[in-house]
Ligand binder design. Structure first.
Ligand code: PFF
Length: 453
């Protein structure tokens, strides 16, 4: 920390740049891949309602808490928590919460980039027309040919890690901000185009909409409620310092409450639009809506393969997935890069190369878990299963819980009130109630259930 922080710590050019970047972080594989398939598996509309409730009661207050810590600490998550702990005269061990976040980001990035790499491969596969008239078996064998070949999978994974590291190396305004200013509008344009394409399926479009918005509570299990809560965390990029580090680049004057609502609204809108683009195609082709994780890579190519203009729109769909993943991936490694820059006296470029290399190497575990190491399992789980479980089910909820405790119970009311600066007062009191009681209780329930299963 020898160099003056002002010179190495970036800042967004405006509050809107922050909203765009945080939305870019939130909108990712979680929205376009995971949300549609878990909604499909959990019966549709009722699940969407529960998910929205979790978003409002747990997601929003925790996101505000993360931005608050970042902006008040003005450094990477480890240093921010360290200095706020000193300010609040409590144990400096809170910095380990920052470490938990940095580690989670690197671990998530290691597998996220493998899936983003697969999506990248599918952009080319779709545009080239290989899925035209494809059968279910055909689609499966095209997918297997990709993932069972370690070299090919490795090549796509490598490309994705490189493009992510390049953006991060260029800094907050020159890299992150520039990237999201291109990626987010492009993503929205593609998404609207795809919804328009799905609208051409007539009655099936209606069927897709009904599936998303018609609440049938009989299909909801206890487990779906927990899935919804876990997803609220993942989709808003909470619990690992990504939003915290983005908050540290935020000008002091911006309203944290308003920006949080904008980010959560945009994230939810994209997830719902993705559902509106995907479900009608699945219904129109008589395919399985509850295909699970295979919905995107197995089911959807069959749907595109049997539709007019399917090769083009299929390619666009996977491009959308890549753009979404890209703007999320930069936020996965940014906390670690910021830590290196702020503590180890290395340039941003070098810090990005180091972080990229670490995530790339760890990613080999996921790459090989699809092919040469698919037989290597621990308690029946492959490396990828383990990583996914460890990060999404344990590290993020734990990180979120600890952030809620730190901000709601360790930090003084005066500090959080000043930093949030919410008017009218009852809104602040509502947030404080949610962060002190509802969010921790909700997270503990999710957490216990995960451990139970
Ligand atoms: N929010 C991203 C998604 O929905 O795909 C995933 C994610 C990104 C999680 C960044 C955590 C994070 F820090």
């Amino acid at each position: 920390m020898a160099r003056p922080l002002q010179s190495i710590h970036g800042q967004w050019s405006s509050r809107w740049a922050f909203v765009l970047a945080a939305t870019g972080s939130a909108v990712g594989l979680g929205n376009i891949w995971k949300f549609p398939y878990i909604t499909g598996e959990n019966g549709g509309g009722a699940f969407v309602l529960v998910y929205l409730a979790c978003l409002v009661l747990i997601g929003l207050p925790v996101m505000m808490a993360e931005i608050l810590v970042g902006r008040r600490g003005r450094q990477n998550p480890v240093n921010s928590l360290h200095s706020l702990a000193i300010e609040e005269k409590t144990t400096q061990d809170w910095q380990y919460l920052g470490w938990l976040g940095l580690t989670a980001g690197i671990l998530i990035m290691s597998y996220y980039s493998v899936f983003a790499g697969q999506a990248l491969a599918y952009v080319f596969r779709n545009f080239s027309g290989v899925f035209e008239g494809v059968t279910a078996d055909g689609a499966t064998s095209i997918y297997n040919a990709l993932v069972s070949d370690p070299e090919r999978l490795l090549a796509w994974h490598t490309i994705f890690v490189i493009i992510t590291s390049i953006v991060v190396a260029r800094g907050v305004q020159g890299g992150l901000e520039k990237a999201v200013k291109f990626l987010m509008p492009a993503l929205l344009a593609i998404l609207f185009l795809l919804v328009g394409y799905a609208a051409n399926t007539g009655i099936y479009f209606q069927q897709g909409i009904d599936f998303l918005f018609h609440a049938d509570f009989s299909k909801l299990s206890g487990d779906s409620v927990l899935t919804a809560m876990g997803h609220a965390f993942f989709t808003l990029s909470l619990g690992m310092g990504a939003i915290m580090v983005y908050g540290s680049y935020l000008p002091k004057s911006a309203s944290i409450l308003k920006m949080t609502f904008a980010i959560a609204f945009a994230d939810t809108a994209v997830a719902l639009l993705a559902g509106m683009a995907i479900f009608p195609l699945v219904f129109a082709n008589g395919l399985d809506i509850d295909a699970g994780p295979g919905l995107i890579f197995h089911t959807l190519p069959i749907a595109f393969g049997h539709m007019q203009g399917g090769a083009f729109f299929g390619g666009l769909f996977f491009l959308l997935l890549v753009f979404a993943a890209w703007s999320s991936a930069i936020s996965l490694i940014e906390p670690a890069v910021a830590w290196l820059v702020e503590n180890k006296e290395v340039s941003r470029r070098r810090a990005s190369v180091i972080t990229g290399l670490v995530t790339w190497s760890l990613g080999l575990l996921t790459v090989f878990s699809f092919n040469i190491a698919s037989e290597w399992t621990v308690f029946g789980n492959t490396f990828f299963d383990l990583l996914d479980y460890l990060t999404a089910n344990i590290m993020l909820p734990l990180g979120g819980l600890l952030i809620a405790i730190f901000v709601g119970r360790i930090m003084s009311q005066d500090s959080s009130e000043k930093e949030l600066n919410i008017k009218p007062q009852y809104l602040y009191s509502t947030w404080r109630f949610l962060i002190r009681y509802i969010a921790p209780a909700g997270i503990i329930i999710v957490f216990l259930n995960m451990l139970w299963n």
